[in-house]
Design a binder for this molecule. Structure first.
Ligand code: GLC
Length: 579
């Protein structure tokens, strides 16, 4: 019998319809299930008709696994799906949120908080590196509008200003490819084997929670929600974003994972979004508190709200049984299941997954390529913000001369690739040290940049005597936070942990002569030295308000009471040195 759905010459609608009518309830529900790779054996994929697999933060086939090892892992899981009755390919997703950050040797771009080169080029490069490992789906971009920097995920947010976040959705055509001009609004687009399906997250209001508490309650009226947190979803949909991930947070006390009005009523019906909506990790479990306290309610509320794919991610039989039961007892209508499956199949057909379910080795050299690292270096240069330059405007300190007697490089973050990459790097929470992946630390960058006759001395936390005795021409001190992700980064005091502050203070003049915000630059620390020594000028502007004290928060540009140390949009500039 002619399998119309397998024929790429058939119109999309016909393929979906033909396949849907062949599917059993179990095969339909299976498509709505996303499981973690650690439970995704080929047998499980085949037996439960699982539609999707993910790598949780740091979930890798092996430490420092090569692109080829990733491809073999993804292909093995895929073969399980392809051996099922209807052979529907699974879609593998991963958090590539600042480059392909789970993967050893991937290019790690600045986190979103550090604005950079046009995000579209970063999207292009990220798509190539994700595909280099055989993966066709990235849970990015995070288009949170972080309104309180006490939020542990504030660094995942491009800005406190929705207009900047809207502009940064240009990463989506980078990841997915440019949507064809005449496309109908809301219809997703993914342009082939060098592009990936993207994911606008987390819908909606994730960056607006009370006190910045992760996964908490965003208390704001409708006007506020739609003018601050919603705008970038319009841009994402206009750019053909394939998927939208729901936020753990609540809006005025209602869990987003149970919010039918916003997920179905607004996103699907009003904005005509035709891709699929995916839950966050155990997102439906967390509809109740404590989480999982009433799983059948979680399933009914989450699927009923309009979530199409559930990131379970482990107890998939529990989810399948609960949902099957609720469909059989008419608690959840078949029409809801059909809507979800249709959306999931639409993405898989549109992105050519039926035609190309298995990855080949053709892109492995894209992973961590020099070209991508140069792009990341450029992004670092454009992300740095110069907040202070010399004791007075007419005596700027930066750029530093490359030729000088002796330079001290100090601080916890000067020789620590893990610290400069931050969370979501190799592991979920990030790492310290220089062994985690391949990149350039800031002290190495300084070595690479100065004149060969200039002596560079590194000391992580020098004492005052040492500094005085050495007669340094300059000192570059790099301090910051240790890496973290999500709720582990929530902080009520936002102070840099020791020995950071004391390293800045003890051996140096009371006030430092220059101050650069470098954010979380990623693997290409060379971009920092490029600016410090004048190969390029500082151009970056603050995309976030630099507050004076925590008790001013939340305080954002446009607020009536606005008394920052450095205002939104602030940034000193320097010229490149003619050398
Ligand atoms: C995490 C994050 C989400 C991520 C997902 C999968 O908890 O909230 O941003 O995409 O789980 O790792």
């Amino acid at each position: 019998d002619y399998m119309k759905y397998k024929d790429p010459k058939q119109p999309l609608g016909c393929r979906i319809k033909d396949l849907m009518k062949r599917m059993t309830l179990a095969e339909k529900i299976g498509q709505m299930v996303q499981i973690e790779r650690s439970v995704a054996t080929p047998d499980v994929m085949k037996q439960y008709f699982i539609g999707s697999v993910l790598s949780g933060g740091g979930s890798v086939p092996a430490p420092k696994a090569s692109a080829e090892a990733w491809i073999n892992m993804v292909n093995e899981i895929q073969k399980g799906s392809l051996s099922s009755r209807l052979g529907i390919p699974m879609i593998y997703g991963i958090d590539a949120v600042h480059g392909h950050n789970n993967v050893y040797n991937a290019t790690i771009f600045p986190h979103n908080v550090g604005l950079g080169v046009t995000r579209q080029k970063i999207g292009d490069a990220t798509a190539l590196e994700v595909r280099a490992t055989g993966i066709p789906y990235a849970f990015a971009p995070c288009i949170a509008v972080c309104r309180d920097p006490r939020w542990g995920r504030c660094y995942e947010s491009y800005s406190e200003d929705p207009k900047i976040v809207q502009a940064m959705t240009e990463i989506i055509p980078g990841l997915q490819g440019d949507i064809p001009a005449k496309s109908r609004k809301g219809v997703p687009f993914v342009g082939g084997k060098q592009k990936v399906a993207a994911c606008a997250k987390h819908f909606v209001g994730d960056g607006g929670t009370t006190l910045g508490i992760d996964e908490n309650n965003t208390v704001i009226n409708s006007k506020g929600l739609f003018s601050i947190h919603m705008p970038a979803y319009y841009n994402s949909i206009n750019k053909g974003v394939a998927t939208v991930m729901v936020s753990y947070s609540s809006w005025n006390g209602e869990k987003m994972h149970a919010n039918r009005d916003l997920v179905t009523g607004f996103l699907k019906d009003k904005l005509k979004f035709k891709g699929f909506v995916i839950s966050d990790w155990q997102g439906i479990d967390r509809i109740t508190s404590p989480p999982h306290a009433n799983y059948s309610y979680s399933v009914e509320a989450g699927v009923g709200a309009g979530i199409d794919m559930i990131m379970v991610p482990y107890a998939f039989t529990e989810f399948i049984d609960a949902l099957t039961n609720q469909v059989k007892n008419n608690i959840i209508p078949m029409s809801r299941i059909d809507d979800a499956v249709k959306r999931i199949l639409r993405i898989k057909f549109i992105m050519g997954l039926f035609e190309n379910p298995l990855a080949d080795l053709s892109l492995v050299n894209q992973l961590g390529s020099q070209e991508h690292r140069e792009l990341a270096r450029e992004a670092v240069r454009k992300s740095l913000v110069l907040l202070k330059n010399g004791k007075s405007a007419n005596k700027p300190l930066l750029p530093l001369p490359k030729k000088t007697a002796k330079i001290l490089v100090a601080g916890s973050h000067a020789d620590n690739l893990g610290y400069q990459c931050g969370g979501w790097t190799i592991t979920w929470q990030g790492l310290q040290g220089n062994d985690l992946t391949i990149g350039t630390t800031i002290v190495n960058a300084v070595h690479n940049t100065v004149d060969p006759t200039t002596e560079v001395v590194y000391s992580e936390n020098p004492d005052a005597e040492f500094v005085k005795s050495q007669k340094f021409s300059y000192a570059i001190v790099v301090v910051g936070e240790p890496p973290y992700a999500e709720m582990y980064g929530d902080s009520f005091n936002l102070s840099i942990p020791e020995p950071g502050p004391s390293t800045i203070k003890n051996p140096y003049l009371e006030t430092i002569d220059a101050l650069v915000a470098a954010w979380l630059p990623g693997t290409e620390g060379q971009g920092v030295a490029d600016l410090l020594f004048g190969d390029y000028g500082f151009t970056g502007k603050l995309a976030r308000t630099w507050f004076k004290t925590v008790d001013q928060l939340p305080m954002n540009v446009g607020d009536p009471h606005y008394d920052p140390l450095f205002p939104f949009g602030f940034g000193l500039t320097t010229k490149a040195t003619k050398n």
